[in-house]
Every structure is written in structure tokens, then in C-alpha cells.
Design a protein around this ligand. Structure first.
Ligand SMILES: CC(C)(COP(=O)(O)OP(=O)(O)OC[C@H]1O[C@@H](n2cnc3c(N)ncnc32)[C@H](O)[C@@H]1OP(=O)(O)O)[C@@H](O)C(=O)NCCC(=O)NCCS
Length: 155
């Protein structure tokens, strides 16, 4: 059976991350942006390894008591295997250990898969930022998970 584990981002993860990032997002992060996450003091950037294959990554920035999910992606060939949920569970648990009591994120209004994942984890849709994404002027849905102190990871 393949073993899934989380590893903090390092230089050697960058090529696989960039391949997923460029295949996934309309506004991909640059290599420099990912490089800045290595040894960042803002929060936690984790890769998901399935045996020796990098199949996902995600990041949370912790500002005092708020955990801001800044990015998450799962390789297309490994979606709907529970990887995104496990990664979010881990990021939120790590953020809580660093003192976060709530969490927020923005997501494209048309990104049903991600919105359903976040709702499953306990996030609520709180507001909309009109035309937030510059590539296609899509709205952003702002979601919050308020009770991180008593939140339980989603099985
Ligand atoms: C969003 C994303 C990270 C989800 O990762 P994933 O590993 O496929 O998600 P999981 O398998 O853990 O799914 C957990 C739950 O989320 C929901 N979900 C995930 N993908 C879904 C889809 N395509 N359609 C409907 N529900 C979906 C379901 O409730 C699912 O539970 P279930 O499989 O028991 O029904 C992945 O689709 C992705 O990388 N998308 C592109 C990048 C992206 O949009 N990132 C978010 C930016 S805000």
C-alpha cells in the first residue's frame, strides 16, 4: 500500500510543485513565491508525498489568532482520494498549535470542488469580493471557520 506523508517544502520539491501549479491555476504562483515559503516564519507550507511522488501541497499563514489558507492543490490524477481533506486537516491542526483560533480563505465562486471541500471541513461562506480575480474578474467567496479551538479534523 502506498504511504502518504507530509513534508515541509524544500528546494527539491520546487519542480514538482511548479508542474502542478502551472497545470492548475489561472494565476499561478511564481517559482520565487514558492521559494519564499521555504523556511518562512509566517506559517506552514507542506507537500504531500505518496511514496516518492509529490501529489499535493498547501500553505497556511498564521497572523496572531488567524490562520489564512493561502494555497492548496492536489495533482489532477490523484483528486477525490481524500488528499485535499487530509492536507487541510493537517494545516489547520498545525495552525491551531501555533495559536490560531479561526481560519479564513478566498476561493473562486465557480470552484465548486474546493467550496464543497471547505464546507465539509466546517468553513462557512461569509462574503463575496466582486471581480476579485484579475484574470477573468471572477468573484471570490470569502469563507471562515470560526471555532478552530474546538474544531475536530474531518474523517
Ligand atoms: C480542491 C482540491 C484541492 C480538492 O482536493 P481533493 O484531494 O480532490 O479532495 P478530497 O478527495 O479530499 O475531497 C474531500 C471532499 O471535498 C469535496 N470534493 C472534492 N472534490 C470535489 C469535486 N470535484 N466535486 C464535488 N465535491 C468535491 C467532497 O465533499 C469530497 O468528499 P467525498 O470525496 O467523500 O465526496 C482539488 O480539487 C484541487 O487541487 N483543485 C485545483 C486547485 C484548487 O482549486 N485549489 C483551491 C483553491 S482555493
Amino acid at each position: 500500500m502506498a504511504i502518504l506523508r507530509f513534508e515541509p517544502i524544500t528546494e527539491r520539491h520546487l519542480p514538482a510543485i511548479l508542474e502542478i501549479e502551472n497545470a492548475t491555476h489561472g494565476l499561478p504562483w511564481s517559482e520565487r513565491a514558492f521559494r519564499n515559503e521555504i523556511d518562512s516564519k509566517h506559517g506552514v507550507f507542506l507537500t504531500v508525498m505518496l511514496d516518492h511522488e509529490l501529489v499535493g501541497y498547501g500553505s497556511v499563514w498564521v497572523a496572531i489568532d488567524e490562520a489564512h489558507i493561502t494555497t492548496i492543490a492536489v495533482k489532477e490524477s490523484h483528486r477525490r482520494e481524500g488528499i485535499g481533506r487530509k492536507l487541510m486537516n493537517r494545516l489547520l491542526t498545525d495552525a491551531r498549535e501555533r495559536g490560531a483560533t479561526c481560519s479564513t480563505l478566498e476561493v473562486r465562486a465557480g470552484n465548486t470542488a474546493a467550496i464543497l471541500l471547505y464546507e465539509k471541513l466546517g468553513y462557512q461562506r461569509v462574503s463575496v469580493r466582486k471581480g476579485y480575480y484579475p484574470d477573468n474578474r471572477e468573484d471570490a467567496v470569502v469563507m471562515w471557520l470560526y471555532e478552530l479551538e474546538t474544531w475536530v479534523p474531518t474523517p
